[in-house]
Every structure is written in structure tokens, then in C-alpha cells.
Write a protein that binds this ligand. Structure first.
Ligand code: 6PG
Length: 253
């Protein structure tokens, strides 16, 4: 049964500091246990918030990281809409410049050659994920990420899993495509709900008063119409990193 912990911080800086420590601890625990750390990043505002202090965190053994994307837009890798590009500029490039780069074959991003065909891009992404999570692939199970980092949208979406979308009922695929995302751009690939719900840790990051009502519906009412409220890893934990504006209406904050 999954555990939920909600943390609220006075400023964006405080959230970034706490996330740096959270991810560093998740990384060292995973590396001590299995020799590697598997992490998936979302797009939007999340990479900048998570990575602000992480790059300079000397406790993190980035050489053992395997980096994935929780969802990705079907655009070129250098497009301003690319989630890969965000993580590249916030984490991958600064680490390389600091001489602590993550080996390129451990950074599993969408294939640029397939961005015109979201279904093919999703199938290709899953097959590369299966190489890293070979045991789960052989067992016909789902990969267990050490850490999945998620944002939420004003409609309660997370990853590219949108309210009312048939993709919410996916039960077998690890990665799926979507061609009708209500948030632009319309063509995307995304981890499926069963994969998110196999993670050891899911951390949601949400800031600003605009997300206040939605957070109450997700965290307190657990409104199953909202994809983010369906995130409950069977044997993992869910952590919420909020600023005080976002957390204001929560009864426990
Ligand atoms: C994307 C995202 C998406 C995002 C939320 C929150 O590619 O659009 O991965 O799920 O995380 O929409 O975005 P903000 O943090 O920018 O509000």
C-alpha cells in the first residue's frame, strides 16, 4: 500500500534545495542496493526546479544514473518544446561541463528519427527501456523505477495522461503514444499508469496558486477522474513538494 507525504516550502529555492536532497538520497539508496539509479523526468517547470541545486550536490554519483523521460513531446531534440532539451540544459550539460557527465548510453531519450510517428516512437522507447529493465521484460512485468518525477497540470493531468483519456485504462504497455493531447503539442509519448505505479518513489512537484484547487481534489478527495490522483505505487511512496501558494487550501498544511 502506498504512503503519501506532503511537504510545503516557503519559496521556490527551498523546494529546489529539498528536492536536491531527496533525489540525492534516493540515488544513494538505489546505488547501494542495485549499483544504479533509474530516474524519469517530466517536462514543464519541473526540470529547472529539481535540478537547480542537484548539479552541485557532491554526494550524487551521476555516473551510475540511468535517465528516462516520464513523458516526451514528439518534436526534434533541440525544439523549445522538447522535454529532453529541458533536462539537457538543466542537468546533462552542466554535469558534462563539471566533468561529472552521465554516460550517453545511460540517457534514454526519444528517437529523433521517429518523432513524426508517435506510435513507433513509443514502441522504440519501450524496447530501449526493456534493455535496462531486462528482468521485468523477461518476467512480463513492469519496470520499477527508483524515482519518477512528475508535475501536474491545471486539469489534473500528469505525465501525458489526461482526464477522460482511454490511455488511462492501459494495462500492458510500458510506454504509449497519444496524438490528441489537450496540452500542446498534441503528439506525445508517455509512461503508462501501471509503470508509474510500479515505481519505488514518485515525487510530484507543484507550485503556484493556480494549482491549489486541483491539489485539494487530488490529495484530499483522491478524485479518480484526475490522472494524478490515480498515482499510488503498490509498494512505493508518493511525495508532494509544494510551495505555500499551492499548498494553501490543504487542511494539513
Ligand atoms: C509535459 C509534462 C506535463 C507537465 C505538467 C506540469 O510535457 O507537458 O510532462 O505533464 O509536467 O503539465 O507542467 P508545469 O510544471 O509547467 O506546470
Amino acid at each position: 500500500m502506498s504512503q503519501t507525504k506532503v511537504f510545503s516550502f516557503a519559496s521556490g529555492n527551498d523546494i529546489s534545495q529539498a528536492l536536491s536532497e531527496f533525489v540525492a538520497q534516493a540515488s544513494s539508496e538505489a546505488i547501494a542496493r542495485s549499483g544504479r539509479f533509474t530516474v524519469a523526468f517530466s517536462g514543464g517547470s519541473l526540470p529547472a526546479t529539481v535540478c537547480r541545486f542537484l548539479v552541485d550536490n557532491g554526494d550524487v554519483d551521476f555516473a551510475k544514473w540511468h535517465v528516462f523521460w516520464a513523458d516526451e513531446r514528439c518534436v526534434k531534440l533541440d525544439d523549445s518544446e522538447s522535454n529532453f532539451a529541458l533536462v539537457k540544459s538543466e542537468l546533462l550539460d552542466p554535469l558534462t561541463q563539471a566533468g561529472r557527465g552521465i554516460p550517453a548510453d545511460q540517457v534514454v531519450h526519444i528517437s529523433e528519427a521517429l518523432v513524426h510517428d508517435s506510435a513507433a516512437a513509443a514502441a522504440d522507447y519501450q524496447s530501449r527501456m526493456e534493455q535496462v529493465f531486462a528482468d521485468a521484460a523477461h518476467a512480463g512485468s513492469f519496470p520499477a523505477f527508483d524515482c519518477v518525477l512528475l508535475g501536474i497540470g491545471p486539469d489534473g493531468h500528469t505525465c501525458s495522461l489526461f482526464p477522460g483519456h482511454p490511455l488511462l485504462e492501459e494495462t500492458t504497455k510500458w510506454v504509449a503514444s497519444i496524438d490528441d493531447s489537450p496540452k500542446p503539442p498534441p503528439r506525445r509519448i508517455t509512461l503508462t499508469l501501471p509503470v508509474v505505479n510500479h515505481a519505488a518513489r514518485v515525487a510530484f512537484v507543484a507550485t503556484g496558486a493556480g494549482k491549489r484547487d486541483m491539489l485539494k481534489r487530488i490529495i484530499e478527495s483522491k478524485d479518480a477522474d484526475l490522472p494524478a490522483a490515480r498515482v499510488a505505487p503498490a509498494s512505493g511512496s508518493v511525495y508532494w513538494f509544494l510551495d505555500s501558494a499551492a499548498a494553501q487550501d490543504l487542511s494539513a498544511s
